[in-house]
Design a protein around this ligand. Structure first.
Ligand code: SD4
Length: 328
């Protein structure tokens, strides 16, 4: 029988018994906090970039069963992974400089448990494999050939992710083979999705083929918990897109949610996290965008440069919005 996360934690039970009891006591002593009052009873889904189909798919799942947040996230993101015209995610994603498409994805549930795959090759749905890591293994991240072996064992079919279009673009790129990621030039379309149901439970996911023509072996922010995605079921959730190196170095989504914990409103938390990146780095030509939601369903978005848009679905409405940006 495979060792699942639950079994693994059971094995560790004796080690964690004391801290668990302590933290229960601590939380019993805390007064009921304002953050737990749920006033907005709508399902809400937010996605980076113009991923309306993904949002509508996720909302459809929640309309049928609003407790099934992970399926909403997975099925929503699957639509983008299978789309050959989205050249930053899954099938049709641009390859690395050696011509290989390498995928990163992660998913987090309402309890903050996570599953992730990095540097996965030849599987169309890394978000689904990440969910399997969460639900069927004792681990959080599987990488490279190990992730691929696991995907195969789980019954996923191995496919060629290159399309005629991505092959032709790569052949063109090879003529100069210059690597200089620039703002919005490669039409960043990584999908980060966060969802909240009408009783205030939240989950999120993120999936990408990463930066076009990156070095072989490069892993970005998207599969890293606290960088490309973070969910804290008590306070809120956030996801990021753009130049992953800066998101990684600044723990951007963890920071946003931590700021919520410290009383920031959700828009201010997004702005503060982006400003931290700007303070430490030369960001004149670099894009990072974030979206976030607090437990009450308030949402925020912010980016370094103009041009970062996101889709928000709430109840029956779905809108494409442009985030405010630091540079205007
Ligand atoms: C990465 N953050 O791998 C991703 C790229 C991205 O839209 O967001 N593209 O660095």
């Amino acid at each position: 029988m495979p060792l699942t996360r639950r079994h693994f934690q059971k094995l560790l039970g004796s080690v964690i018994t004391i801290p668990l009891i302590k933290s229960c006591r601590a939380s019993e002593e805390k007064p009921q906090e304002d953050t737990h009052i749920i006033t907005n009873k709508n399902n809400i889904v937010l996605s980076t970039w113009n991923n309306q189909r993904a949002n509508l798919t996720a909302m459809g799942v929640l309309d049928t069963d609003n407790s099934d947040l992970l399926t909403a996230i997975e099925k929503g993101i699957n639509t983008v992974e299978a789309d050959p015209n989205d050249m930053s995610v899954g099938y049709g994603g641009r390859p690395d400089r050696d011509g290989n498409v390498t995928l990163d994805a992660c998913i987090m549930d309402k309890n903050g448990e996570a599953g992730s795959v990095t540097y996965l090759q030849n599987y169309m749905h890394p978000i689904s494999v990440a969910r399997k890591v969460l639900e069927s293994t004792p681990h959080v991240i599987l990488s490279g050939s190990g992730a691929a072996k696991f995907a195969s064992e789980q019954g996923y079919e191995s496919v060629d992710l290159l399309t005629d279009k991505s092959k032709a673009e790569y052949a063109e790129w090879l003529k100069k083979a210059e690597y200089s990621p620039k703002v919005n030039i490669e039409r960043h379309d990584t999908i980060g999705m966060i969802a909240r149901n009408g009783i205030g439970e939240m989950s999120g996911g993120c999936s990408t083929s990463g930066l076009a023509y990156k070095m072989a072996g490069r892993v970005g922010d998207s599969p890293i918990i606290g960088a490309g995605l973070y969910v804290d079921g008590e306070y809120g959730c956030a996801t990021a897109t753009g130049l992953g190196e800066l998101v990684l170095e600044n723990c951007t989504t963890f920071l946003i949610v931590e700021l919520l914990r410290h009383g920031y409103d959700v828009q201010s938390a997004c702005e503060e996290a982006i400003k931290r990146i700007i303070k430490k780095n030369n960001t004149k030509d670099i894009q990072v965008g974030v979206i976030a939601m607090d437990i009450k369903g308030n949402t925020g978005a912010y980016s370094i440069q103009k041009g970062f848009n996101y889709v928000k679905s709430e109840g029956k409405n779905t809108t494409l919005n442009e985030a405010n940006s630091y540079y205007r």
